[in-house]
Design a protein around this ligand. Structure first.
Ligand SMILES: Nc1ncnc2c1ncn2[C@@H]1O[C@H](COP(=O)(O)OP(=O)(O)O)[C@@H](O)[C@H]1O
Ligand SMILES: [Mg+2]
Length: 259
């Protein structure tokens, strides 16, 4: 039996009388893209926030590579190797691509220039940024010194995904990465997500876009009423069957599909 890279068991979170997540499970296995789908209010964002340290659950447990973790802040999760790209991309529009890739984790120059004067190692950051972007085939971004505000939505998303892939050592979580994109840009970002998986990082992809989900997901976690209703695959179910389970019109298969 393979150990999940990331696993949630029985997570709950209440806001007053509102139950955002109600004993939710989640399992992400090595080498997979796990899509998370569900109606508005199903608890997708809350579940993902708990996994990325942005929310402390009232109860339940989280395991990384089989070891229980207790994230108190998003930094705790990042330090543990979980990178999350939120729907509202945390990019700085006025800064260039290289600066954005290293936002919040700038590399200092070695020696006293770095330690005393806190000088940034800009050349190294630029080279690294270039390497990450070209590793992921983000070829349209010729100029790593281009300001992010001059990029299209898809290119910005690519920067955010590349950043998460560059720094996430265990898991990448993407919240609606293609929601605001056109067809062509959306497809490019989907390819980027596949590339991230193929390079060995499992991905959790939250999306409302059923064609996108069915195109890239290895397994599909269906969240309903604050819980995992089941897990299906693009091979086991059609899009309309998935939507029927999501909305409660159809009964979910009792056993989540294993990878
Ligand atoms: N910070 C909050 N305060 C109060 N209620 C919240 C908060 N966050 C989420 N909720 C509620 O919890 C439920 C699940 O929300 P959410 O996790 O955002 O679902 P989803 O992402 O699937 O739409 C919703 O009823 C929502 O209104
Ligand atoms: Mg949400």
């Amino acid at each position: 039996m393979t150990t999940p890279v990331l696993e949630a068991r029985g997570l709950t979170k209440r806001y007053g009388r509102v139950v955002a997540i109600d004993g939710s499970d989640l399992s992400l296995y090595p080498g997979e893209i796990l899509a998370v789908i569900g109606d508005n209010g199903a608890g997708k964002s809350s579940l993902i926030k708990a996994l990325s340290g942005a929310l402390i659950p009232d109860s339940g447990s989280i395991f990384l590579d089989g070891n229980q973790v207790h994230f108190r802040t998003p930094m705790d999760a990042r330090t543990a190797g979980i990178e999350t790209v939120y729907q509202t991309l945390a990019l700085a529009p006025g800064l260039d691509i290289a600066d954005n890739l290293f936002l919040g984790r700038e590399e200092r120059r070695s020696g006293t220039l770095g330690s005393m004067f806190r000088m940034l190692d800009r050349r190294h950051m630029r080279d690294e940024a270039k390497r990450h972007m070209s590793d992921l085939g983000v070829a349209t971004l010729q100029n790593i010194g281009q300001a992010v505000e001059s990029l299209s939505g898809g290119q910005r998303q690519a920067v955010a995904v590349a950043r998460s892939a560059a720094f996430g050592s265990k898991v990448v979580i993407l919240d609606e990465p293609t929601a605001a994109l056109g067809v062509k840009e959306g497809n490019r970002v989907l390819q980027l997500i596949r590339d991230v998986r193929d390079r060995g990082l499992p991905v959790i992809l939250i999306s409302h876009n059923m064609p996108h989900v069915f195109e890239v997901a290895d397994r599909i976690h269906i969240q309903r009423l604050g819980k995992r209703a089941t897990v299906i695959t693009p091979a086991s179910h059609s899009m309309s069957e998935a939507v029927a389970i999501m909305t409660g019109a159809a009964q979910p298969p009792p056993q989540p599909v294993a990878p």
